[in-house]
Design a protein around this ligand. Structure first.
Ligand code: CA
Length: 225
């Protein structure tokens, strides 16, 4: 997967380049809109990360140019602007998703994966942490290659923990995730109950979910052995 990062902030592009390369993406950076257009003339990319505040043109202008050229690749807008109008304009002009700065690189990675999945079908729908794999397309959990059964909500809890493995995931965030998929109201201690059940299911596979009191939960990334 070739990603074009159109962004003039060197600190951010360095971070993006490092993180995304580590995850197996090939990353090219353009610090201006014009350079991005030149690159797109000669190279094939699978996804664009587009900053709205570029030194030589507005990112939305570049977005219009790209869509005008009938470039079908997914575009994720990175914006420091918090205005609702910018987001709506971006989406209206053909962006597929947006992320407001500052953002967590892990969050960006999760968005990239989701976008790739949406645009290129089955690609990259597997999340693997330790001996556990998640098939996010079929909502299946595999431990050492064999399916383990979880309820829909247990699956959702596990998916968010795995997407953000090694990071603290707040209880609120898990609650939001469950609320988005389900109309049934959550009981007060529901998250604790789901975490407890998922934890039990995973312990045989050396996977540990830590409870960080007052902060949330964290799925440990096991040391490679
Ligand atoms: Ca900028």
């Amino acid at each position: 997967m070739n990603i074009l990062v159109v962004e003039d902030d060197s600190v951010l592009t360095d971070g993006l380049q490092y993180t995304l390369a580590k995850s197996g993406y090939s990353v090219t950076c353009a610090k201006t809109g014009h350079y991005a257009e030149q690159l797109l003339d000669v190279q094939k990319f699978d996804l664009i990360l587009l900053d709205l505040g570029l030194p030589d043109m507005d990112g939305l202008t570049l977005l219009r140019h790209l869509r005008h050229r009938k470039l079908a690749l997914p575009i994720l807008i990175l914006t420091a602007r918090d205005g609702m109008n910018d987001r709506i304009n971006g989406i209206e002009q053909g962006a597929d998703d947006y992320l407001t700065k500052p953002f967590e690189l892990r969050e960006l990675e999760a968005r990239i994966k989701a976008l790739i999945r949406r645009c290129y079908g089955g690609f990259s729908h597997l999340i693997t942490v330790g001996r556990l794999s998640l098939d996010t397309e079929n909502h299946q959990v595999l431990a050492d290659g064999a399916a383990i059964m979880l309820s829909a909500r247990e699956y959702e809890v596990l998916e968010i923990l795995m997407m953000l493995a090694g990071k603290v995931v707040s209880k609120d965030r898990i609650a939001q995730r469950l609320a988005a998929d389900n109309s049934e109201a959550l009981a007060d201690n529901a998250i604790e109950v789901y975490i407890h059940r998922v934890r039990k299911r995973l312990e045989n596979y050396g996977m540990v979910i830590l409870t960080l009191r007052g902060l949330g939960y964290l799925l440990e990334i096991p040391n490679e052995s």
